[in-house]
Design a protein around this ligand. Structure first.
Ligand SMILES: [Cu+2]
Length: 160
């Protein structure tokens, strides 16, 4: 008797797990992080699209090192993402380079330039140097091109 009860319970538990997963998927999609790596000449470029990060105040996650002005999290643009490129060469992080980032919402046609700031993760040192900015991105399919010292890498992802 006990055995047959267990046999019934297992599929129920599995069904419940699936139902719960479906319920929580929309929440997970909001916290979606993109991370893709591609080659550009001798550079290895990891493009990350994360939630918008703070550059200001004691709680800042980012330490600004130069380049374009950082887009404030609570600024007029109301950025919802942090689109950045981590660059390495021969396994070593690249701290200085001429970096250009442009992006395009595929359904919308036009390319936009991301004002590229140089930063590192606050308190983690220059090894965490990366390039990019906070930006407002609608859901959709994106193409991104990252150019490092005239070598270009291409990325393609879908934001939910
Ligand atoms: Cu950053």
């Amino acid at each position: 008797m006990t055995k047959s009860k267990n046999l019934v319970r297992l599929p129920l538990a599995a069904a419940l797990a699936v139902a719960l997963t479906c319920l929580f998927l929309p929440l997970a999609a909001h916290a979606q992080n993109i991370s893709q790596t591609a080659k550009a000449g001798k550079y290895s470029i990891t493009l990350k699209v994360l939630p918008a990060e703070s550059f200001m105040g004691t709680d800042a996650a980012m330490a600004y090192d130069g380049g374009a002005e950082p887009e404030a999290v609570d600024g007029p643009m109301q950025p919802n993402h942090h689109m950045v490129a981590f660059i390495s060469r021969d396994g070593h992080p690249v701290e200085r380079a001429n970096v250009k980032i442009r992006y395009r919402l595929v359904s919308n046609g036009g390319w936009k330039n991301l004002p590229v700031a140089r930063m590192h993760v606050k308190g983690k040192g220059a090894d965490t140097t990366h390039f990019g900015n906070n930006v407002k991105l609608m859901p959709g399919q994106y193409q991104v091109q990252v150019t490092v010292n005239h070598k270009r890498a291409k990325f393609h992802f879908t934001l939910q």
